[in-house]
Structures are given as structure tokens and as C-alpha cells.
Design a protein around this ligand. Structure first.
Ligand code: GRF
Length: 210
């Protein structure tokens, strides 16, 4: 662990639409002292998302912003921005957030939005990436943490981890193997960001040494 004296915990805002196991991995890394950060708000477009329950259990403000409560996408994103800025969020983390973010949002949080995707990008972007990998016949699968741009699962890659695809795999067993790696590399990528160790050069993200 690096010398943490004098550094303040980075304020994280998490957007999640579902189960929230990546959110949990981030909270666990913080509580274990592996990440000098604080989740200051969790926002979901799904009022019943398990991620919101997890947030409440840890005393983190949980905000529900369903899209159909707004007259258009721009208004919905403006509400997201207000909530994140209202909590002074420094880094936005998408953790199973099932919506694309628009140019306005990304302009405000330039290079400050990350996503985790369950494939080795650029292979298998979009929905059901694990099923795509299995049905394609890939022998290696994995996950990717990347900066978010306007494309779907297309921004600069920060970290990746690979896992084997076994002959016996189902979508469930492969997803589980990938998820264990997601829970490892997402907090690690956030740590690199919080330590100011990520440098973007074109599409390439370099991690500066410790
Ligand atoms: C993960 O597989 C993540 O890679 C993808 O959506 C899933 C979210 O899972 N973007 P959880 O809600 O974090 O458990």
C-alpha cells in the first residue's frame, strides 16, 4: 500500500441498474483499506435495483432516477448530473448501468467516467457478452475496465483480465468465472485513477509505476 498520508478519499458516484455485485466489490475494497475512496452516492434508473439496497446497507445515499419520470433523455441526464455534482463526485463508475450516456454528460465528466464490461473488448461489445463469447467459440474470455466515450463499450482500455473458456461451460459458469475477475480489476483500475497514475495517449492508457 502506498503512503496515504495527506491524500483525501476520492469521491465516487456509482450508476447501476441491477444486482450491484461490482458496487459491492468497490465498497469492500474501500472498507478493507485497499482503496482510498468513498462511495458518496449510488444512482439507479431502476427503483428496485439490488444495488440501491446494497448502498443503503452501507449508509450510502441511494437515488432512484427512472427514465420515464422525465420527458426526454436530456432531462434525465441533467438530473443525473445534478445529483452527482450535488455530492461533489470526482469519478463516475458505471457498474451494470444499462444506458448509454450522452455527449453533454461525458463533456462534464471528461475522462472521469469508467465502465466494466464482461468481455475482452473490442470483442463482444453490447448485451450478453458472455453468451456471445461462448456461442462464437472463443477459447479465452474475460473482462475490461475502460473509460467511457459516446460509443458502446468503445472507450480507451484501462485494465483487462482473461479467463479460459472450458468445454463444459454454460453461460452461467463462464459468467461466474469472469465476474470474479471483474471484482478484482475494477477496484484496481479505480485505485490507479485515485493515485493519479493513468495517462491517456491517444487511445492508449498507460499506468505509471507505483
Ligand atoms: C457485470 O457483468 C458488468 O460487467 C456488466 O454488467 C454486469 C453487472 O453486474 N456491465 P453487477 O450488477 O455489478 O453484479
Amino acid at each position: 500500500m502506498r503512503e496515504e498520508r495527506g491524500r483525501k478519499p476520492v469521491r465516487l458516484g456509482v450508476l447501476a441498474s441491477g444486482r450491484g455485485s461490482n458496487l459491492q466489490a468497490i465498497i469492500d475494497a474501500i472498507e478493507a483499506g485497499r482503496l482510498l475512496a468513498q462511495v458518496v452516492v449510488v444512482i439507479s434508473d431502476k427503483p428496485r435495483a439490488q444495488a440501491l439496497e446494497r448502498a443503503k446497507r452501507h449508509g450510502i445515499p441511494a437515488v432512484s432516477l427512472p427514465v420515464d419520470h422525465f420527458s426526454n433523455r436530456a432531462d434525465h441526464e441533467a438530473a443525473l448530473v445534478r445529483s452527482l455534482q450535488g455530492h461533489n463526485v470526482e469519478l463516475v463508475l458505471l457498474a451494470g448501468y444499462m444506458r448509454l450516456l450522452g455527449r453533454g454528460f461525458l463533456h462534464i465528466f471528461q475522462q472521469r467516467v469508467m465502465n466494466i464490461h464482461p468481455s475482452l473488448l473490442p470483442a463482444f461489445p453490447g448485451l450478453e457478452a458472455q453468451r456471445q463469447a461462448l456461442e462464437y467459440g472463443a477459447k479465452v474470455a474475460g473482462c475490461t475496465v475502460h473509460f467511457v466515450d459516446e460509443g458502446m463499450d468503445q472507450g480507451p482500455i484501462i485494465l483487462q483480465a482473461a479467463v479460459p473458456v472450458l468445454d463444459s461451460d454454460t453461460v452461467g459458469s463462464l459468467s461466474e468465472r469472469i465476474l470474479a475477475e471483474e471484482h478484482r480489476i475494477y477496484p484496481e483500475a479505480i485505485r490507479l485513477w485515485t493515485e493519479g497514475r493513468l495517462r491517456l495517449e491517444g487511445r492508449r492508457v498507460r499506468s505509471l509505476p507505483d
